[in-house]
Design a protein around this ligand. Structure first.
Ligand code: NAG
Ligand code: NAG
Ligand code: NAG
Ligand code: NAG
Length: 493
């Protein structure tokens, strides 16, 4: 072989070598190109690779199948905290996604956050943590003293600079502090629970890893932009629900913040998650689904991540946790079991956005027929006539929830997840929104839109479409169409 190679004319030899090299590099490129691309992502973003997570193009259409084993609900105690110097470096505690950033050892002085690090490239872009907020007229109604500086600045400094800028006195604030920046939508059940808290819990649940879990319950929520109780929703259910989910956590508003500033010392948070609605909107996923949680959908979290919080809230409020079996029957609520799955129709007929009278009647009638047939138990709920406790109890024992698009459906957060658990959202025909589809994706429910007599499943690439009539009081629904959907859902095994 050697001799025959050597005897080739040098021109032909060069050509063969050239072709061989060419083929070999094609092969190399073919093999490594995807890795090179991935690598580039990681290198350019350094430690932020964790934070520039590729948006997931295709979120799962089907809700996750829930395995019967219960989700662990015991979390570790947080480590003992004893801050001594300002030279201890800040670190990212979890993957940071636009608008959801969890950091250990985050400093605060005179209204400015400081990230102390000797590796500045390892830090997320500061504008992806908090924005420079311009105070709009809508915002200023919540603020009595707009001119005292809110915490709208974050800076990166080295440990050497820290000694100089932050001084040598430091006061530690223990535990997890969740710092909320939302100057527009916060005072609303859906936007508080379905966006801020659900997003918080999804972002935080990346720490709930087997064996190395460092997820501990939050100690406080801080809302620097809102005075007093102005963060509360009109129906005032956000606050009480926060108490049952996080019994020992306080909700602190602007006074607390100003008190910290007046101390004129350096504060260090043992762990802080900064959440900014404004920044979440910069994530590419937000172009597809205009929801705060959109950017978090690509995060790897336990498929039942929400269950840990739901279990705590329901247990605290209802006294025990109703569990349902795979066909939707309640099996473990003390003194109360059912032989059929329960469905709840949340009536909004006293509210603004609602069904026509005829539609409401046709729905109630069709549901009553289902009950007569023995398919399910039917509850028609007027939430505003029930205590919060009763409302959560109802949701926690429902297999299917039906309602016109609106806050009442936010209660699906307390509904268990099973193969049959479903939310049926009635909207003005032709309209599409992602609000409750998004909740369903996160908490493990099926979701359907009803356009009068047409049942529709949402495709993740659908476009939001809010037609005239969406918010009006004359939404039609053909009761029989909803009843047929329920029949088929409850027949499936
Ligand atoms: C604190 O911040 C305010 C507003 O940004 C500034 O005017 C003031 O000089 C700062 N004080 C100190 C001691 O740095
Ligand atoms: C619908 O029913 C309500 C309450 O029963 C009644 O006050 C209202 O006038 C009805 N609306 C129409 C358009 O019939
Ligand atoms: C709910 O309460 C309102 C006002 O208190 C009352 O008018 C209405 O009849 C009640 N509705 C039901 C279904 O109980
Ligand atoms: C709703 O569907 C029913 C049954 O198909 C139909 O009779 C009715 O006209 C529809 N209503 C509207 C407003 O489209």
């Amino acid at each position: 072989m050697m001799t025959s190679c050597a005897s080739l004319s040098s021109r032909r030899g060069k050509r063969v070598i050239f072709i061989a090299l060419f083929l070999f590099s094609c092969l190399l490129l073919y093999y490594f190109a995807p890795h090179i691309k991935e690598r580039a992502l990681i290198v350019t973003s350094q430690g932020c690779a964790t934070f520039i997570k590729k948006p997931q193009d295709q979120p799962p259409l089907e809700p996750p199948m829930i395995s019967p084993d219960r989700f662990p609900t015991v979390f570790p105690d947080r480590p003992k905290y004893d801050p001594t110097t300002v030279t201890k470096e800040t670190r990212l505690a979890a993957i940071a996604v636009h608008g959801f950033t969890t950091m250990d050892q985050l400093y605060l002085r005179n209204g400015t956050f400081y990230i102390v690090t000797s590796n500045q490239y390892g830090c997320p872009l500061l504008e992806n943590i908090i924005p420079h907020i311009t105070i709009s007229p809508e915002t200023s109604q919540f603020l009595e003293d707009v001119n005292t500086h809110p915490a709208n600045e974050i800076r990166l400094i080295t440990p050497q600079q820290a000694a100089y800028i932050l001084g040598d006195r430091v006061m530690g604030i223990e535990g997890l502090s969740v710092i909320l920046y939302d100057t527009t939508m916060m005072t609303h059940y859906y936007h508080w629970w379905g966006e801020i808290i659900l997003g918080f819990w999804r972002a935080y649940s990346v720490l709930d890893l087997p064996k190395t879990s460092s997820l501990y319950w939050p100690s406080r929520f801080i809302i620097p932009f809102y005075q007093g109780n102005k963060w509360r929703d009109r129906a005032d259910i956000d606050g009480p629900l926060m108490k049952s989910a996080f019994p020992s956590a306080t909700i602190e508003s602007r006074d607390y913040w100003n008190d910290l500033l007046k101390l004129d010392i350096t504060i260090v948070f043992q762990r802080a998650m900064i959440i900014s609605r404004h920044v979440t909107q910069k994530h590419p996923n937000s172009k597809i689904w205009p929801k705060m949680i959109a950017g978090l959908m690509g995060l790897d979290v336990h498929e039942r991540f929400w269950e840990s919080l739901r279990v705590v809230l329901v247990r605290n409020l209802v006294g025990s946790l109703p569990e349902i079996d795979e066909v939707g029957k309640i099996i473990s609520l003390e003194h109360e079991t059912t032989i059929r799955p329960a469905i709840t129709y949340i009536s909004r007929q006293n509210g603004g956005r609602r069904l026509t009278n005829d539609s409401h009647d046709s729905l109630v009638e069709a549901l009553a027929k289902l009950e007569e047939e023995g398919v399910c138990d039917v509850r028609v709920a007027v939430m505003e006539n029930m205590t919060l406790n009763e409302q959560v109890r109802l949701s926690a024992t429902s297999t299917i929830t039906i309602g016109v698009h609106g806050n009442g459906l936010t209660h699906q957060l307390w509904m268990p997840s099973s193969r049959r658990s479903t939310v049926i959202e009635i909207v003005y025909p032709g309209s599409t929104d992602f609000d409750y589809w998004m909740l369903s994706q996160n908490v493990g429910h099926k979701h359907y839109l009803v356009w009068n007599d047409t049942i529709k499943t949402i495709n993740p690439h659908d476009k939001v479409k809010i037609l005239d009539g969406f918010h009006d009081n004359a939404i039609p629904v053909h009761g029989e169409a909803v009843a047929n959907l329920i029949r088929s859902l409850l027949r499936e095994t």
